[in-house]
Write a new protein. Structure first.
Length: 142
C-alpha cells in the first residue's frame, strides 16, 4: 500500500490499481490520477496496434510467397464479427468496436497492398465497412 499526497488533496490510497478516494479529495486530483491511467492504456493500445500491423506484414509476405489473394472477404467478416462479439461480452458498444476493426482492417489492407505490390480497389474499404455480403451477424453495421 502506498500513500500519495497531492497538492490541495488530503490523501489518495492506491493499491493494486484500485483507487479509494478519501473524503475531501479535490476533483482535479481525482481526474489527474484517472487521466494518467488512461494515458498509460493509450500507450499500450498504440503498442498493440503496432504489433498487430507487424503481424499483418508477415501475413502479406506469406500471401505473396504462396500466391494467395490479398483480399479475403471471409476473414474480414470473421474479424468484424469477433469484434462485435467481444464488445457484447464486455458491455461495450458493438458499433464502436466494429469501427475500430474496420480501421485496423483498412490499414492492414493498405500495408499488405504495399508489400504485395497490388492496388487497393475502391471496393476494399466499402467491403470492410459493409461486412462483405451483409454485415455482422447481429446486424451491426458501420
Amino acid at each position: 500500500m502506498r500513500h500519495l499526497t497531492l497538492p490541495s488533496a488530503r490523501l489518495i490510497l492506491v493499491r493494486r490499481r484500485r483507487i479509494r478516494w478519501f473524503e475531501g479529495t479535490f476533483p482535479v486530483a481525482k481526474l489527474n490520477v484517472l487521466r494518467a491511467q488512461i494515458d498509460s492504456l493509450d500507450r499500450k493500445l498504440a503498442e498493440i496496434i503496432a504489433e498487430r500491423l507487424g503481424l499483418c506484414a508477415q501475413v502479406a509476405h506469406v500471401k505473396l510467397a504462396e500466391g494467395i489473394s490479398m483480399m479475403q472477404p471471409d476473414r474480414v467478416t470473421a474479424v468484424r464479427e469477433a469484434y462485435a462479439g467481444r464488445a457484447r461480452e464486455l458491455g461495450v458498444s458493438p458499433d464502436l468496436l466494429v469501427q475500430v476493426a474496420v480501421l485496423l482492417i483498412d490499414e492492414a489492407c493498405r500495408l499488405e497492398a504495399g508489400i504485395m505490390g497490388t492496388s487497393i480497389g475502391p471496393h476494399t474499404s466499402e467491403h470492410t465497412r459493409a461486412g462483405g455480403a451483409g454485415g455482422v451477424a447481429d446486424g451491426t453495421r458501420v
